[in-house]
Design a protein around this ligand. Structure first.
Ligand code: ZN
Length: 388
């Protein structure tokens, strides 16, 4: 599904047959010249905002065939000035072969193409080709949460500078402490783990619909009793005993990604999408979501847990067939845009609210990934290094 107009319109290949190497070199050169031009033009603004929002209007990405999911995620990455500040400092790979297969570099070229051109939309074919070398094939329907993780891991792996890898981790990584406590004695196991996305359940254990995002988050952090068949072996008691499993929040990153678990795979033969209404707020304060007991963080960490909604990746259709688009709030203009492949338009908060979902309207757009941005960025992020 989605628009497939891309390849012909978006491609700007020269008519004269050039060798692949020369063609790529020219493109790199052209990009460099364009970069210099824009850099000079926006010198003053860039120091304040970074480059991601300096274009006059948001630029679309042509669909190359089932790439609506990739396009939506690319827009979410590239509209995030905290991310593009890191991306702009990567080392350009030395050889052409390395450049064509380097995801951060190809993403940077795409960003330049989007910002420097005068097109309403550009074709992400070089990046798509680059991703296909890393087993992210074209013409395949991806799950946005999975593809987000794949892209992030490729970026992290291929950013050579350790300080950039660390900044990328700081920007997106959530730290959680998991507790398992024996109910017969005092034995307790604690383990720290990191996550790129918080997998937020939309139903409770009895398959009842949770009312809104805050309820979902509270449910995620709610302690769970492991009894009956779920009992664990306690070293101290020397037998299987009832345990209580709980999660404590240790650290939240600058860009917080929430994955609404709307796809339900209870039985392998039958999967379905949960389309019921699930309102999410524009402003989210985690100190009001969690109890004191559910946090393992000091006051300065918790003071930074105030968020504003930055982007929504929405899915329409069924589990096996569907379409993605992204609603993103420009960080400098404070306006919402809907990025639907090559088509981009300004929208209102009411339009974004349409992605809350509605039962019995399975084909309508429903929010699938939510990206929240810290209101008051913390420097540096203290929790991550301890967790990683
Ligand atoms: Zn015990």
């Amino acid at each position: 599904m989605g628009q497939r107009s891309g390849r012909q319109e978006g491609s700007k290949k020269p008519e004269v047959a050039l060798s692949e190497t020369m063609e790529a070199e020219i493109e790199v050169q052209n990009n460099k010249e364009e970069i210099e031009e824009v850099k000079a033009k926006n010198q003053e603004l860039r120091s304040v905002f970074g480059m991601a929002d300096l274009k006059n209007e948001a630029v679309g990405l042509y669909n190359l065939g089932q790439t609506c999911c990739l396009n939506s995620l690319l827009q979410v990455f590239l509209m995030n000035i905290h991310f593009t500040r890191i991306l702009r400092r990567i080392t350009v790979p030395s050889s052409l072969a390395r450049r064509t297969s380097n995801v951060p570099y190809q993403m940077l070229l795409l960003l330049e193409k989007m910002q420097c051109g005068k097109c309403k939309a550009v074709c992400p074919e070089d990046l798509a080709y680059c991703l296909s070398k890393h087993r992210v094939e074209l013409f395949v329907q991806y799950d946005a949460a999975q593809l987000f993780l794949t892209l992030w891991n490729l970026l992290k792996k291929q950013m050579k500078k350790p300080e950039l890898v660390e900044e990328l981790s700081d920007l997106y990584t959530i730290c959680i402490q998991e507790h398992l406590a024996c109910q017969k004695c005092s034995f307790e196991i604690k383990s720290n783990s990191t996550m790129l996305t918080l997998p937020v359940p939309v139903l409770d254990a009895n398959s009842h619909k949770l009312r809104n995002l805050v309820d979902c988050l509270r449910y995620f952090f709610h302690p769970e009793e492991l009894t009956g068949q779920n009992k664990c072996f306690c070293q101290q008691c020397g037998m299987k005993t009832p345990f209580v499993q709980s999660m404590k929040l240790v650290h939240l990153p600058q860009t917080l990604t929430l994955h609404l678990k709307r796809f339900c795979f209870e039985r392998s033969s039958h999967s379905h999408k949960l389309s019921h209404s699930l309102p999410f707020p524009q402003e989210l304060d985690f100190r009001e979501v969690l109890t004191e007991n559910q946090c393992q963080a000091d006051d300065s960490e918790k003071a930074a847990w105030q968020y504003e909604l930055f982007a929504v990746v929405a899915h329409s259709g069924s589990t096996s067939f569907g379409h993605y688009c992204a609603y993103i709030r420009s960080l400098t203009e404070c306006k919402w845009y809907c990025f639907n492949d090559s088509h981009v338009c300004q929208v209102s908060w009411d339009d974004v609210k349409c992605t809350y979902g509605r039962s019995n309207l399975n084909w309508r757009e429903t929010a699938y990934l939510l990206f929240y941005m810290k209101k008051h960025p913390q420097q540096p992020c203290p929790g991550v290094s301890e967790c990683l």
